[in-house]
Ligand binder design. Sequence first.
Ligand code: ZN
Length: 167
Amino acid sequence: MSAQAVIDSLEFARTEQELRGNLPASSLARLQDFLYDSAGSIEFTVKGCHDAEKRPLLALHISGLLHLRCQRCLERLDYPLRLSNALLLARRDENLDGTVADPAAIDYVEASTALDVAGLIEDEILLGLPFSPRHEEEGTCSNRTKGTERGGGKPGAFAPLAGLKKI
Ligand SMILES: [Zn+2]
């Protein structure tokens, strides 16, 4: 499918359609700041359905592998993406008060006749990313940063100071 796919969300849910697709990580502009590089791609499924109270919702499944930047060693971190979420479709003019027992427990997306699927998937990924991704154990981090710290004792580190003394 094209990354520009749009769906009529309420109709999509009412008729219980299903859309599967694939997005290259490089096509998700807002995601780029969080990536080490834009290799990899994301597979998704969007399924239209209804909850127990017959309210329309979109069930999302997202999977793939992203290259994030480890916040400890700044090297590449392979991050397996596996997200599932159900988004209730809410009309802009709909008064949801009283229909939802615990609004905080449910995610909503505004119903649209031209819902940008790639944008929706990107939103979900951004919400699901770890705040500060790191390699699981310090030992798996690159030794590069540790190497520079230890380098402080090398004679070479004092070379600029030596140069200043001569002036
Ligand atoms: Zn690391």
